[in-house]
Write a protein that binds this ligand. Structure first.
Ligand code: ZN
Length: 111
């Protein structure tokens, strides 16, 4: 068995304490860095694409005009994950587009 140090997924600080369990029995951790934007996180997401940070980056990159494949390669996740995540966000983002910003999201609505 290999012990890996627990690092905060947002600030990569290693001053982490345990903070209870999630509903499905996974260990929840608390980041002790006072400057960190995240309070608690779960370490053992099964896959990179499930990290909230990665999901946010998918959206950020799409807004900035990155292609599906570029996003997948840079974030080290599959293009399918990128597409699924963008589809899930489509409704919210298309309502933003109606307000006049985020022109890039017209691309999403063609689907
Ligand atoms: Zn942190």
């Amino acid at each position: 068995m290999v012990l890996t140090p627990v690092l905060c997924p947002v600030c990569h600080h290693d001053n982490i304490s345990k903070r209870g369990k999630t509903g499905n029995g996974k260990q929840r951790y608390l980041c002790q860095n006072p400057e960190c934007s995240i309070k608690t996180f779960i370490l053992d997401y099964d896959y990179n694409g499930y990290f909230p940070e990665v999901k946010n980056k998918i959206i950020d990159m799409a807004i900035n005009g990155s292609g599906i494949r570029d996003t997948a390669r840079i974030l080290d996740i599959s293009p399918t994950t990128v597409i699924n995540e963008l589809k899930k966000k489509n409704f919210v983002l298309s309502s933003f587009a109606k307000e006049g910003g985020l022109n890039g999201w017209r691309y999403m609505q063609k689907r």
